[in-house]
Design a protein around this ligand. Structure first.
Ligand SMILES: *[C@@H]1O[C@H](CO)[C@@H](O)[C@H](O)[C@H]1NC(C)=O
Ligand SMILES: *[C@@H]1O[C@H](CO)[C@@H](O)[C@H](O)[C@H]1NC(C)=O
Ligand SMILES: *[C@@H]1O[C@H](CO)[C@@H](O)[C@H](O)[C@H]1NC(C)=O
Ligand SMILES: *[C@@H]1O[C@H](CO)[C@@H](O)[C@H](O)[C@H]1NC(C)=O
Ligand SMILES: *[C@@H]1O[C@H](CO)[C@@H](O)[C@H](O)[C@H]1NC(C)=O
Ligand SMILES: *[C@@H]1O[C@H](CO)[C@@H](O)[C@H](O)[C@H]1NC(C)=O
Ligand SMILES: *[C@@H]1O[C@H](CO)[C@@H](O)[C@H](O)[C@H]1NC(C)=O
Ligand SMILES: *[C@@H]1O[C@H](CO)[C@@H](O)[C@H](O)[C@H]1NC(C)=O
Ligand SMILES: *[C@@H]1O[C@H](CO)[C@@H](O)[C@H](O)[C@H]1NC(C)=O
Length: 392
């Protein structure tokens, strides 16, 4: 076990070193289109030898496309008239096409709301279909310094009036270097990733103990599959409690290497300035490959085209917010959940010195014994010196 911990530490250090490469990030709103009634944000993160393209959009269901290329000068192309037509397949591509090494997409499809209705079990309210939302223009939320943008929307028709004082938003942050978010849940990031914060604010719940479920779907090519991995992280310094870190990894067939990931901590927050006590438990459920075709976002159809129905693998997953503390949302009317999206291996938490020493002692490693011995020796010496002091 001690060797395992050592190995984990080494791997973490290597990962941190690998993540040091910086990127130059640029953000462009609706490239080549002079109209702000639709949202398409192109984020390009250029490295020395490669470049990552993120395409965020609310045309159809909100979605992001991530394309990794092995050329710093690869470019995104959009045929707008085709993208906004009923058959968008082929309207988005990367030039040169052979620079593409990996493509994936994440679509946020639906928001479910349910209440515990004893003794009947769970009572579901009518579903909010995110493809049927109307979205504000993202243009005025773009901050080219902070590398942030926000996609904010409400249902196009809202007979229940639940959204009359509220909205649903996706806050996007791009990164030029690795680091850690200042706000809880203090996710680690690298220059190969972007962060997304899902925010439900001011939306009236339809039940006294309403809980929300966000459904999302991923798209992979060439037989790659998504696998959910759960890890315990003892992350005392940054999120002072024991957290579960979940990673939805994209893996090529017959290989355990990682092409891309979504990563989050098993907690959401019920406050605009989150503190530990505002935590709302979150669970991931039901990762599967849906039988029928999911209602897909236009940009996903535009990029993956006709292979969506044949060679692409679609996986869907539900993230449920709220466990026993079902009342939190009713009181706070605020829910925020952060997730990191990126290319390659997800970042790993390195252990803080405190945790390493606790682990070492707990494991009773020879090193810990040695350290302990040295400490005792030093203490004993100091004791002896102090014993002499009064005499002098
Ligand atoms: C964009 O459209 C507006 C109004 O339709 C027009 O005034 C403006 O010149 C256009 N800008 C460009 C760059 O085409
Ligand atoms: C986005 O905002 C910028 C600056 O405010 C403006 O110049 C540009 O025309 C806007 N783009 C669209 C598509 O509305
Ligand atoms: C855009 O797509 C339409 C419809 O497929 C096509 O007629 C048009 O030539 C395309 N434009 C460009 C610049 O490729
Ligand atoms: C953009 O972000 C920077 C850094 O966070 C901030 O100082 C600045 O005020 C923001 N600009 C706008 C227009 O919000
Ligand atoms: C919206 O806010 C107003 C005023 O604050 C309040 O009277 C109304 O009940 C709220 N509506 C909902 C659906 O929460
Ligand atoms: C919700 O709570 C209110 C007051 O706390 C109560 O009057 C009402 O019956 C509750 N509704 C349900 C469906 O439990
Ligand atoms: C993966 O393994 C399966 C059997 O385990 C094999 O049928 C398939 O051809 C392999 N695929 C690749 C790409 O090696
Ligand atoms: C998927 O479809 C097959 C037959 O087409 C059916 O037997 C199976 O139950 C379906 N699975 C789900 C999860 O709907
Ligand atoms: C998510 O939960 C809803 C409600 O239970 C269900 O209808 C939907 O199929 C689930 N989606 C996935 C991907 O499991």
């Amino acid at each position: 076990m001690a060797a395992g911990a050592g190995l984990a530490l080494l791997t973490a250090l290597l990962a941190a070193a690998a993540a040091e490469r910086g990127r130059k990030v640029s953000m462009q709103y609706n490239p080549g289109w002079n109209d702000s009634s639709v949202n398409l944000l192109h984020v390009q993160a250029v490295g020395p030898r490669d470049s990552l393209h993120y395409v965020w959009s609310s045309i159809g269901a909100p979605a992001v496309l991530l394309v990794a290329t092995q050329s710093p000068s690869s470019a995104l192309r959009v045929n707008w008239s085709q993208l906004l037509s009923p058959s968008p397949a082929g309207a988005i591509w990367i030039e040169p096409p052979d620079s593409v090494v990996y493509s994936t997409a994440v679509v946020f499809t639906k928001l479910f709301e349910f209440s515990e209705a004893k003794p009947l079990g769970e009572l579901f309210y009518p579903t909010y279909d995110l493809a049927e939302f109307s979205w504000d223009s993202l243009n005025h939320t773009l901050n080219h310094t902070a590398l942030t943008a926000e996609l904010r929307g409400v249902p196009a028709t809202d007979p229940g009036g639940g959204f009359s004082n509220g909205s649903l938003a996706f806050q996007i942050t791009a990164f030029e270097a690795s680091g850690r978010a200042g706000r809880l849940p203090s996710l680690l990031h690298t220059a190969d990733s972007s962060q997304l914060e899902f925010i439900l604010a001011g939306v009236a719940p339809r039940g006294n103990s309403s809980r929300f479920v966000l459904e999302m779907a991923t798209v992979e090519e060439a037989g790659a599959v998504r696998r959910l991995r759960s890890q315990r992280s003892i992350d005392d310094e940054y999120t002072p409690t024991i957290f579960e870190v979940l990673s939805l990894l994209a893996e090529p067939p017959n290989s355990s290497s990682t092409l891309g990931f979504l990563q989050w901590k098993a907690t959401a927050y019920g406050s605009r300035s989150p503190r530990r006590e505002d935590g709302i438990q979150c669970r991931a459920q039901g990762l599967h490959q849906p039988n029928g075709t999911l209602p897909m976002s236009s940009i996903v159809q535009a990029y993956f085209g006709h292979s969506l129905g044949s060679s692409c693998t679609v996986s869907a997953l539900n993230v449920t917010f709220g466990g026993e503390e079902g009342e939190v949302y009713r009181e706070k009317r605020y829910l925020s959940w952060s997730v990191l999206l990126g290319f390659g291996e997800p970042p790993r938490d390195t252990f803080s010195p405190l945790v390493i020493s606790i682990a070492a002692v707990a494991l009773g490693t020879p090193l810990a014994m040695l350290l302990l011995g040295t400490c005792l020796l030093l203490l004993a010496r100091r004791r002896r010196y102090s014993e002499y002091e009064p005499i002098n």
